[in-house]
Design a protein around this ligand. Structure first.
Ligand SMILES: NC(=O)c1ccc[n+]([C@@H]2O[C@H](COP(=O)([O-])OP(=O)(O)OC[C@H]3O[C@@H](n4cnc5c(N)ncnc54)[C@H](O)[C@@H]3O)[C@@H](O)[C@H]2O)c1
Length: 390
């Protein structure tokens, strides 16, 4: 694995120009490369989902350039690709323009903290990563004539009045709350994506990702599955907010990655965003008991008041993904959880960073949703200072 450090690299003349004159050249280059080997940039490649995507693309014969500033990502997540001749890891903050990497055919943008404690820890950083970072990556994709895939989120639906949530639902989001840095950042990123389609005919695809779990989630991630598993394995009480009858859906990481890859490759380009998530609904309390059974531990629950704006239900309508991508989740919850529990057990045995006992996200600011695990899972696990791994 080649590792390149690009802390302050900027193009000599500032950001790359984006104008209509690039469109024809970009399209020509893309056609010229059509038969050549695919090359992908994966921004956020050292994160939970990004590291799985890098692995999948390498397995598919791609050359992969992972770009990450290790804000929440861990270099360890990519250890298995170390030394691979087709894999390059770049230490770079996408809020700065990227160097022009020739031959790139696909740009995946997964760079953004996804767990509430992490994204609320530095809200301006979160917002600018989604807005400025996405703009930089869109400019690069446009300049290179590459396809661009944005990982948006179910959070753009906010506290939904429509259930399940189809892509046509426009959402119910508080623009000034503590979650807005993430929700509104992603909404602006989606807007930018379709501005590039309208203005420059850039080949853009947007995935609205619903709650995903699996190996390589951080122990201090702060979302439902990681919180419950970490608590159960370490003999702590699982905290349920409210009655625990609120429901959520959980997608295993392998299914999610398959959905992203299909969305990037499908022709023609879908006109709008596509939900990628698992439509099976489980109550939080059932999930807690299931994790207890699968860990083989006696668990006990403790109840806290329901956070403000806590969605009662969250479930993707994946009709579009089924029709356009021929995609639907295939990994049963028990199987996915078993793999996840094994991963967490290994991390704990290895002395991984455990969450502290105090939650950094006040209940009122952590309204439950797929990305808002702390409240969604009803688990009052706190956040250890995010590790910075370079
Ligand atoms: N995991 C989920 O359940 C879920 C749900 C909805 C949406 N998503 C989206 O999927 C993407 C990946 O999520 P994840 O769960 O893997 O999160 P993650 O925090 O594990 O990964 C994000 C990665 O982006 C990197 N990053 C953050 N800011 C950066 C910057 N400015 N420059 C370069 N790198 C930066 C982090 O270091 C990390 O490696 C995110 O965009 C997230 O919003 C995830």
């Amino acid at each position: 694995m080649k590792r390149i450090h690009l802390p302050d690299q900027r193009p000599q003349n500032g950001p790359r120009p984006v104008n209509g004159s690039h469109t024809a050249n970009g399209a020509l280059r893309a056609r010229h490369r059509a038969a050549a080997r695919p090359v992908a940039i994966v921004a956020g490649g050292a994160g939970f989902l990004g590291s799985h995507l890098c692995t999948r693309l390498i397995e598919d014969g791609y050359r992969v350039h992972a770009v990450d500033d290790f804000d929440t990502g861990l270099a360890d997540n990519l250890d298995h690709l170390a030394g691979h001749p087709d894999f390059v890891l770049m230490d770079h903050d996408i809020r700065r323009p990227l160097p022009r990497i020739s031959g790139v055919t696909e740009v995946y943008n997964l760079a953004c903290p996804a767990s509430p404690p992490h994204y609320q820890d530095q809200p301006i950083r979160t917002a600018t990563t989604s807005v400025v970072g996405t703009l930089n990556l869109l400019e690069l994709a446009h300049d290179l004539g590459a396809r661009f895939l944005m990982t948006s989120t179910s959070e753009i639906y906010g506290d939904p009045e429509v259930h399940p949530q189809p892509e046509s639902y426009r959402g119910c989001v508080n623009t000034t709350g503590p979650r807005a840095c993430y929700d509104e950042g992603k909404r602006m990123a989606e807007s930018l994506c379709y501005d590039f389609v309208r203005q420059y005919q850039t080949d853009v695809r947007v995935a609205r990702v619903f709650n995903t779990y699996g190996p390589r989630m951080r122990l201090d991630d702060g979302r439902i599955v990681s919180n419950f598993v970490a608590q159960a394995l370490t003999g702590r009480k699982l905290t349920i907010y409210g009655t625990g009858r609120q429901t959520r859906s959980f997608c295993y990481v392998d299914d999610l990655i398959e959905g992203l890859v299909r969305l990037m490759r499908v022709n023609p380009r879908p006109e709008g965003p596509v939900n990628i998530g698992n439509p099976e609904e489980y109550s939080i309390i059932d999930m807690a008991h299931l994790i207890g059974r699968l860990t083989g531990r006696e668990i006990s629950l403790t109840h806290d008041p329901l956070p403000a704006d806590d969605p009662r239900r969250r479930r993707p309508d994946i009709t579009l993904a089924r029709r356009l991508l021929g995609w639907q989740p295939t990994v049963p919850l028990r199987k996915g959880l078993a793999a996840t529990i094994a991963w967490f057990a290994g991390q704990i045995d290895a002395g991984g960073v455990m969450p502290s006992s105090a939650s950094p996200v006040a209940p009122s600011s952590a309204a439950a949703s797929p990305d808002r695990g702390a409240a969604a899972g009803g688990v009052a696990l706190g956040l250890a200072a995010p590790e910075r791994r370079a």
